[in-house]
Design a protein around this ligand. Structure first.
Ligand code: ADP
Ligand code: MG
Length: 531
């Protein structure tokens, strides 16, 4: 029998992670347990391997299966690619067996072209939404598929905001966004020498190839090397019908953990951004609201979400890290996975799950990565010196531990300085996946923008590196490698200290000491001995 390369979400399950990737397998599992998931299909990791075997081509057989599943998806959703009455818009998402946050690429709102967007703008009575989708799509497609740099589009957005005298993307009107879309297409044409593709199927094949290709990009290769993920695994591709968080003020998008990933506390933890699409939260475009505020402002969607969190924890019996979107008050789940957590949180969560009767002691032991336990001995500041050192700022306690080092402003400098034996603290407006090697070299990371789920925060927690994020009081001058904080100018090479457990920033160097070990450590160690 011919190999099956494509699966509807309803055909998969959580045990098929090798074939469907983590994201695809969990989208399938969530579909099966009845959660609200925008429907779609997953192209297998085997198709990715085949793509590389065929010299980076999607062969006819795989292409035919993809086309067949587009038709199935159109039947399920009642929408059609390129249709003026009821257009199907999709996201094209990577998804490897092991989670590689932010390492590969995603494209949203695929399926739009000039005709579709015009009709969508009229019919929805919401032209701002239609044009916002379109300009995002052109931006992401150009960047991911055609490798026109992101920065050109960001510059155009910044110019538009300046011309309109506004500071936030959400303040741009439908007309502004329409004009931007036109500028984006012109930019595309000047860089690529051809018109932006209008045929949704052509767009789709381009996007799928780009996701396969992103498996081999430099930052993904570095991440894999650090996390022992074999190159041969390949990535799956998920094609999923869009849920829109950017349709107005009763919409939004969020990222949340069922428990606190820094401490393990059993309390929903996360962030929500009104009138936005998913990428905005992680990219730190605007600072999102804490999930507790979502409970006040969107009580109904929040209640749905709390219910889903309980269902997911009961089902997976572990802390979950989720992405979701609210479209006109209705919740859609876009991703779930066992959440990354600090070693301290891992111990607390394992003990709590045993106490809650969710798992047994053996499972608790198995849940803890042995290698992570040594990083539990996070350094702490010498309390005596700390008392005498001025606090110059305070921001989000994004990843615990204490760090003291000389200020550097770029990932390259962090690497170079660390290579010659200097301790450095990396200070950035925000980090992006290209910064990963510099982040590894640094004692600590400080960012001006971005929340607890920003790239810097997520990656730092994974590395066990101290991170303080979202310090908006900093006035950054990257060009001259200096910044201002608390009325003082800090230059490259000046000493700075960060406490990632409290979010406090200190002027100068503070010696660090080893941490003491809490009760949960002993409890888990006793279980280790027992089994
Ligand atoms: P990553 O693996 O980098 O998180 P994702 O594939 O999860 O990339 O997608 C990036 C962002 O786009 C996420 O915030 C996700 O929730 C959002 N997103 C992906 N697909 C959809 C969709 N079908 N509808 C709405 N938002 C989506
Ligand atoms: Mg994601």
């Amino acid at each position: 029998m011919a190999t099956k390369y494509v699966y509807l979400f309803s055909e998969g399950n959580a045990n098929m992670r090798e074939l469907l990737g983590g994201k695809g397998a969990n989208l399938a599992e969530m579909t099966n347990i009845g959660l609200p998931v925008p429907q779609g299909f997953t192209i297998t990791t085997e198709a990715c391997t085949q793509y590389y075997e065929d010299g980076q081509k999607i062969n006819d057989e795989i292409q035919a299966q993809i086309m067949e599943y587009i038709v199935k998806m159109e039947e399920i959703t009642g929408k059609k690619f390129g249709d003026l009455d009821n257009p199907l818009l999709v996201s094209v998402r990577s998804g490897a067996r092991a989670s590689m946050p932010g390492m590969m690429d995603t494209i949203l709102n695929l399926g739009l072209n000039e005709q579709v967007v015009e009709v969508m703008a009229q019919k929805s009575n919401n032209p701002r939404w239609a044009w916002d989708c379109y300009r995002r799509f052109i931006q992401m497609y150009s960047d991911v598929v055609m490798e026109v740099g992101k920065k050109y589009f960001e510059q155009l957005i910044d110019q538009m905001k300046e011309a309109r005298g506004v500071t936030q993307d959400v303040e741009l009107t439908a007309d502004d966004l329409k004009e931007l879309a036109g500028q984006f297409k012109a930019e595309y044409k000047s860089k690529i020498g051809a018109d932006f593709p209008t045929d949704p199927k052509e767009q789709l094949m381009g996007a799928i190839k780009a996701v396969f290709r992103s498996w081999d990009n430099p930052r993904a290769n570095v991440y894999r090397r650090d996390n022992d993920i074999p190159y041969s695994w390949g990535t799956a591709v998920n094609v999923q019908s869009m849920a829109f968080g950017n349709m107005g003020d009763d919409c939004g998008t969020g990222v949340a953990f069922t428990r606190n990933p820094a401490t393990g506390e059993k309390k929903l933890f996360g962030e929500f951004l009104t009138n936005a699409q998913g990428e905005d939260v992680v990219a730190g475009v605007r600072t999102p609201m804490p999930i507790a505020e979502m409970a006040e402002k969107f009580p109904e969607a929040f209640a749905q979400f709390e219910g889903v969190c309980k269902t997911l924890e009961d089902h997976y019996r572990d802390m979950q890290d989720m992405e979701f979107t609210v479209e006109h008050g209705k919740l859609f789940m876009l991703q779930t996975r066992n959440g990354k957590r600090t070693p301290a949180a891992a111990l607390k969560i394992a003990c709590d799950l045993v106490d809650e009767g969710m798992i047994d002691e053996k499972k608790a032991v198995a849940m803890i990565e042995p290698r992570s336990l040594d990083t539990l001995l996070h350094p702490q500041f010498d309390a005596e010196v700390l008392k005498k050192t001025p606090v110059i700022g305070s921001a989000l306690a994004a990843s615990p531990g204490a760090a003291s080092g000389k200020i550097v402003f770029t990932a390259e400098d962090a690497k170079e300085w660390a290579a010659r034996g200097e301790k450095v603290v990396l200070v950035r407006l925000e980090t992006s996946p290209e910064d990963i090697e510099g982040m590894k070299a640094a004692q600590g990371i400080l960012t001006v923008r971005g929340g607890m789920t920003s790239h810097a925060a997520v990656v730092a927690r994974g590395m066990g590196t101290c991170c303080v994020s979202g310090c908006s009081a900093i006035v950054m001058d990257e060009e001259n490698k200096q910044f201002e904080l608390a009325g003082k100018t800090f230059h490259e090479g000046d000493w700075l200290s960060l406490d990632g457990s409290t979010g406090k920033i200190y002027d100068g160097a503070i010696p660090t000491m080893d941490a003491s070990i809490g009760g949960e450590f002993g409890r888990v160690m006793a279980w280790c001995d027992k089994y």
